[in-house]
Design a protein around this ligand. Structure first.
Ligand code: HEC
Length: 148
């Protein structure tokens, strides 16, 4: 009886350790998954930052590499950007500036980006997740981000 109990206890301890371990491993990748979801399903960044082919489909190999926008404002706009920059890897952006930009719409030069770039108001956690995901798309890979 004694042996059965201690075997069961050992098993429970092992299970608990395994679960704790996988929770630690998941926290990094779930941040990237959250970032991917926000980029692809909420912010729809690829609508403007990924070039599209003549059928209107995004060109996978050029995901978020910047594009000439296929649309123009219906009325003349004093300020308008007709192309979007490469945001894969977020080249040229310091972490704190990228997070502020995603939380306020204000870029590192203290100015908003020109329309039609939306002025997003993501919270800190979501802004950090988006940044981590964009960094993971390299080329400029930051330390600790997984390679694709
Ligand atoms: C409706 C089109 C559109 C969408 C959607 C969009 N962008 Fe943009 N984005 C632009 C354009 C156009 C520019 C260039 C603005 C400029 O040159 O001033 C830009 C610029 C940027 C810049 C550089 C800003 C600067 O001032 O240098 C970053 C970073 C950026 N976008 C990130 C994102 C992210 C992240 C998302 C999704 C969460 C996103 N964009 C969604 C159109 C868009």
């Amino acid at each position: 009886m004694r042996t059965i109990v201690s075997t069961a206890t050992l098993w429970v301890v092992c299970l608990a350790l395994t679960l704790a371990n996988s929770a630690i491993a998941a926290s990094g990748s779930s941040k990237l998954e959250r970032g991917k979801y926000l980029v692809e399903q909420v912010g729809m960044c690829g609508d403007c930052h990924t070039p599209h082919n003549e059928k209107g489909e995004p060109i996978q190999e050029k995901t978020l590499r910047g594009a000439i926008l296929p649309f123009k404002p219906a009325v003349p706009m004093p300020v308008w950007a007709d192309k979007s920059p490469n945001i894969a890897g977020l080249p040229g952006w310091e972490d704190k500036d990228a997070i502020r930009f995603l939380m306020t719409g204000i870029a590192y030069n203290d100015l908003p980006a020109r329309p039609p770039m939306p002025q997003y108001r993501f919270n800190q956690e979501d802004a950090a997740a988006i940044m981590a995901y964009l960094r993971s798309l390299g080329p400029a890979q930051a330390e600790g981000y997984p390679r694709k």
